[in-house]
Design a protein around this ligand. Structure first.
Ligand SMILES: NC(=O)c1ccc[n+]([C@@H]2O[C@H](COP(=O)([O-])OP(=O)(O)OC[C@H]3O[C@@H](n4cnc5c(N)ncnc54)[C@H](O)[C@@H]3O)[C@@H](O)[C@H]2O)c1
Length: 317
C-alpha cells in the first residue's frame, strides 16, 4: 500500500506528539523532520527512523513528502504555510494561524485557492466526547440550542517567557474555545469579555477570563478560562436546548471512586494537561488529514476557521 509521506516542521512539545502519531499510523510515513534547533529535529528523526532535514527547502523539494505538519512557533506559521502550499504540499498547521489578523489576510490573498490545502489543528473537534456531543446536537436531540457553557482551565500558568510571545490569553488559549463555540453553534456575531490578573502579576497578562458570545443562530455562549486549576486540566462543555441538556465531563486518570463517611464520589484527579487529555483527539485529527489526502476531500477545519477564531480573539484583545 502507498503510504502518505509527511514531514514535521517544528520538533518541540506538540511536534513530538504529532511525529509519534504519524510514525504509528498504518497509512502514513514520517519522512523527515526539521527544526531551526537542529538537535531537536535530529533527536526526533532518530527516534522514529526518519530523515533529518537541514532546511525548509530540503523538506519542500522532497517528492516523498505529501503533507507538511507545521508545529513550529506561532509566528512562523503564515510563512511556512505559504511556502508549503506553494510547493504543492497539503498542510496541517497548529493553532493559532498567526497572532496578527492582517498577516493572516495577506497570506489568504497570497495563496488564493490553495487555502483549501490547509487544515488547522483545532484538535478539540476530534475529541470523541465533544464530537459525539456535537453530532447529537446536530441530530436534534435537545431541539433548538439556547445556551452553551465551555469551561477551559489550564492546570498551571506557562512560563512568563512563553506568555510574552503567546499573543495573550485570548489568542493563545481561548482560541480553542472560539473554535469550539463555532463548531457547536456556527458563526458568532457578538463577543464580550472581562479579564483579570488574579494569579501572579509576574505572568504579565490576564490569567482569568469570562466571555459572552452571541451566535448567528441566536444561541448564547459562555466561556470560562483560567491559567490555573488545582485539580488538573478542566475541560467541560454543556449545551442546553429546548428539550434538555447535553454535557461532556472531565476525563479522570481512572474511573475509580472512593465512598466513605467523610465524602462520596471522591475521584482521581482529572488528566494533567493537553498531551494526555487530548491524545485520542490528536490521533483522530491526523487520521482525518491522511484520509482527506487519500480521498481528495476538503480539509476541515480549514484556513477560514483559523481566521474566524483569530478574528474573535482580536475583537476583545
Ligand atoms: N493544539 C494544541 O493542543 C497545541 C498544544 C501545544 C502547542 N500548540 C501550538 O503548537 C505550536 C508549537 O508549540 P509548542 O508548545 O510545541 O512550542 P515549542 O516551543 O515546544 O516548540 C516549537 C519548536 O519550533 C521550532 N521552530 C521555531 N521556528 C521554527 C522555524 N522557522 N522552522 C522550524 N522550526 C521552528 C523551535 O525551535 C521549537 O523546537 C504553537 O503554535 C502552539 O500554539 C498547539
Amino acid at each position: 500500500m502507498h503510504k502518505i509521506g509527511i514531514a514535521v516542521l517544528g520538533c518541540g512539545r506538540i511536534g513530538r506528539v504529532h511525529a509519534g502519531n504519524i510514525a504509528a499510523h498504518p497509512r502514513a510515513e514520517l519522512v523527515t523532520c526539521y527544526d531551526v534547533a537542529g538537535a531537536a529535529a535530529a533527536g526526533l528523526a532518530a527516534q522514529f527512523g526518519a530523515d533529518c532535514a537541514g532546511s525548509v527547502e530540503q523538506v519542500l523539494s522532497d517528492e516523498r513528502v505529501h503533507g507538511v505538519l507545521i508545529a513550529s512557533s506561532t509566528d512562523t506559521h503564515v510563512e511556512l504555510i505559504t511556502r508549503s502550499v506553494g510547493a504543492g504540499k497539503a498542510v496541517l498547521c497548529e493553532k493559532p494561524l498567526d497572532l496578527d489578523l492582517a498577516r493572516v489576510a495577506a497570506c489568504r490573498e497570497a495563496i488564493g485557492p490553495l487555502a483549501s490545502r490547509v487544515m488547522i489543528g483545532f484538535n478539540r473537534r476530534f475529541d470523541p466526547s465533544f464530537r459525539a456531543l456535537r453530532e447529537r446536537v446536530a441530530a436534534g436531540e435537545i431541539g433548538r440550542v439556547e445556551q452553551v457553557v465551555i469551561t477551559s482551565r489550564d492546570p498551571a500558568p506557562p512560563p512568563a517567557s512563553y506568555i510574552a510571545v503567546s499573543g495573550g490569553l485570548f489568542r493563545d488559549m481561548t482560541i480553542h474555545d472560539f473554535d469550539m463555540a463555532r463548531y457547536l453553534v456556527g458563526d458568532i456575531v457578538e463577543v464580550q469579555a472581562m479579564g483579570a490578573s488574579l494569579l501572579d502579576p509576574a505572568i504579565g497578562d490576564i490569567d482569568t477570563a469570562m466571555l459572552m458570545m452571541r451566535a448567528e443562530s441566536g444561541a448564547l455562549v459562555h466561556v470560562n478560562n483560567s491559567r490555573r486549576c488545582v485539580y488538573g486540566y478542566d475541560q467541560r462543555i454543556e449545551v442546553f436546548g429546548e428539550r434538555g441538556m447535553l454535557q461532556a465531563q472531565n476525563r479522570h486518570k481512572t474511573t475509580v471512586e472512593a465512598w466513605g463517611g467523610e465524602r462520596t464520589r471522591a475521584a482521581d484527579p482529572v488528566e494533567d494537561f493537553f498531551i494526555a487529555r487530548y491524545a485520542e483527539a490528536y490521533r483522530a485529527e491526523l487520521d482525518h488529514f491522511i484520509a482527506c489526502l487519500e480521498s481528495g476531500a476538503v480539509l476541515s477545519p480549514g484556513f477560514a476557521d483559523g481566521e474566524a477564531a483569530l478574528r474573535l480573539a482580536d475583537a476583545i484583545s
